[in-house]
Ligand binder design. Structure first.
Ligand code: ADP
Ligand code: MG
Length: 188
């Protein structure tokens, strides 16, 4: 294909991130990589991604949670409703294996459907963690009453939403074993 460098005002900088699909002169293009190291560095410190999951106890609040996601200026790049097998839930939470709550956490997370989302924003990992609040929903209700876990969570285990806590965890959590629709939900 012949490519020519030119301005294209129809696409804004916010629409450019890995995985985005943009339309340029009536052609749909998918952003699959950065042109060079300089561009990667510039973009990675701006638009980053995280994995968010709406847990089974918040099934009735999916609409309100998505509303909060948009109000807080995240873009939902990918979204999929899925149901984990107990093995998938065990793998996802492998870091907690051996802890007293592990078995009930696995039963909870594989007991009903979840909604997995790839969210895009500036500082996405940290920003999503701030919005969901502390791990324990009961603590969240006193220390961060407007957080999603305070508003929609049940207790210390059933806490409405998941968020990756670092980009390293994000890498592992985005593994296609946990998000089987690989093309639709693979993050890295
Ligand atoms: P977070 O989800 O905030 O990153 P952790 O990674 O520490 O928290 O724990 C993973 C999940 O395990 C929590 O979201 C919660 O569902 C459950 N969990 C964590 N700690 C406890 C606990 N003490 N008792 C019951 N469930 C817990
Ligand atoms: Mg965690």
């Amino acid at each position: 294909m012949f490519l020519k460098r030119c301005e294209y005002p129809g696409v804004t900088i916010d629409e450019l991130y890995l995985g985005a699909i943009i339309t340029v002169y009536a052609r749909q293009l998918k952003v699959v990589d950065y042109g060079d190291v300089f561009t990667r560095k510039q973009f990675e410190c701006k638009r980053s991604r995280t994995l968010a999951i709406i847990k089974p106890d918040a099934y009735a609040h999916i609409g309100k949670i998505i509303d909060a996601i948009y109000k807080n200026e995240f873009t939902i790049n990918k979204m999929k409703m899925l149901k984990w097998s107990p093995e998938q839930a065990q793998g996802f939470y492998a870091e907690h294996k051996g802890k007293p709550f592990f078995d009930s956490l696995v039963a909870f997370m594989s007991g009903d459907v979840i909604v997995a989302m790839e969210l895009v924003a500036d500082r996405a990992v940290e920003k999503w963690r701030e919005l969901i609040g502390p791990t324990n929903s009961l603590t969240a209700r006193s220390s961060a009453p407007n957080s999603l876990r305070a508003l929609f969570g049940t207790d210390g285990s059933k806490n409405a939403v998941h968020g990756s806590d670092s980009s390293k965890r994000l890498c592992m959590e985005s593994d296609r074993r946990f998000c089987p629709a690989r093309d639709r939900l693979r993050i890295l």
